[in-house]
Design a protein around this ligand. Structure first.
Ligand code: WQD
Length: 323
């Protein structure tokens, strides 16, 4: 019996695969390698990598059968907010059609346990801070919409055919468990700051008039190794017969952009004096997770702090972009 991890060669997915195999779970990976990197699985020769799309129903059914899959951790998907605004159809095709196809395959093969990568983007601008799972969801981008639609799909399948599904709403994921597992993209704050430092330019701060203590945006940064452990906790709960649920995955603590820059300065020794530019349209002032539900129901609590995230992210960044 094994678990299928889709997107298992990607930044978050590979961390999930490493955490699950370290905990003794048998894992098979499906990844189309559009943004994934098979090298992230090189230290795990016992983990089969099937290259293909979740939308390829024939392939997915074969994988579910041949590997005696008992549950799916669905991490594969598109995740760039700005790209989703420019090209929504690709996001609906990959994130929504992809999920429909995968669920059809699961239903056909009797696979009834499912962990889904959702996002704090489903909340949009939260009314409350910290934001709990039962807060209203008003996503601000096609990306966030696709994640919310995904949660609806899972809820409806749970009601219709007994799917046990857990949606994990990730907050701002950063860091790397090992240098090899780092994030190669540069679309989020930490890698963008590293890229600016490498280019010899000042990191950009998108607005210092946000109504937060120092005026810059506040987010709940969570170490990707902790995010991976949250998946393991979700998998274990489903295996034990839980019906699933919806959970925030964060630390429950906010850090501002200036906090992050200060830690990057400490870790790298570089001057991180920023250039303040205008707010990014649609950016909420503060998004921090309420973490009581995941602590109570899944026994999960993040272990790593912002310093750990920045240190590990910087080591991984230097490996990927040697000077
Ligand atoms: C963080 C903070 C920016 C870059 C998005 C998605 C979310 C998740 C993570 C998913 C904000 C500020 C940023 C910069 C800055 N995506 N910033 N200068 O927007 O919180 O979340 O990515 O997979 O769903 O919505 O993350 O890293 O872009 O920004 O000042 O150069 O840093 O304004 O306050 P965000 P981010």
């Amino acid at each position: 019996m094994s678990w299928l991890v889709t997107g298992g060669a990607g930044y978050i997915g590979a961390h999930v695969v490493h955490a699950m195999t370290a905990a003794g779970e048998q894992v098979v990976v499906l990844d189309d390698l559009s943004t994934g990197d098979a090298g992230r699985l090189a230290e795990l020769p016992g983990v089969p990598l099937v290259v293909g799309s979740v939308r390829d129903r024939g392939l997915v059914r074969r994988v579910l059968r041949e590997h005696a899959v008992q549950g799916v951790v669905h991490v594969a998907g598109k995740k760039q907010v700005a790209e989703s605004v420019a090209d929504p159809l690709t996001y609906y095709a990959e994130n929504v059609e992809g999920l429909v196809a995968l669920l059809e395959s699961c239903r056909a093969k009797g696979v009834a346990r499912f962990v889904f990568s959702s996002s704090a983007a489903v909340y949009g601008t939260p009314d409350a801070d910290p934001v709990a799972e039962d807060a209203p969801c008003r996503p601000l981008s096609p990306y966030g919409q696709t994640k919310l639609v995904g949660e609806w799909l899972l809820r409806d399948c749970a009601a219709a055919w007994g799917l046990a599904a857990t949606s994990l709403r990730y907050f701002n994921v950063a860091g790397a468990a090992t240098p090899r597992l780092g994030d190669s993209g540069a679309a989020n704050l930490v890698p963008l700051v590293f890229a600016a430092l490498d280019a010899g330019s000042a990191p950009l701060v998108f607005g210092d008039d946000h109504g937060t203590p120092d005026g810059t945006g506040v987010r709940d940064y969570v170490h990707v190794a902790d995010v991976a452990e949250a998946h393991l906790a979700a998998v274990r709960a489903l295996t034990a017969g839980s019906p699933g649920g919806t959970y925030n995955v964060g630390r429950g603590q906010g850090a501002s952009v200036l906090d992050v820059l200060r830690v990057v300065g400490e870790v790298t020794g570089a001057d991180t004096t920023p250039e303040v530019v205008g707010r990014r349209p649609g950016d909420p002032a503060s998004v921090v997770a309420a973490v009581g539900r995941i602590e109570r129901e899944l026994g999960f609590r993040a272990r790593y702090d912002l310093h750990d995230m920045v240190t590990s992210a910087w080591t991984a960044w230097r490996r990927l972009q040697p000077l």
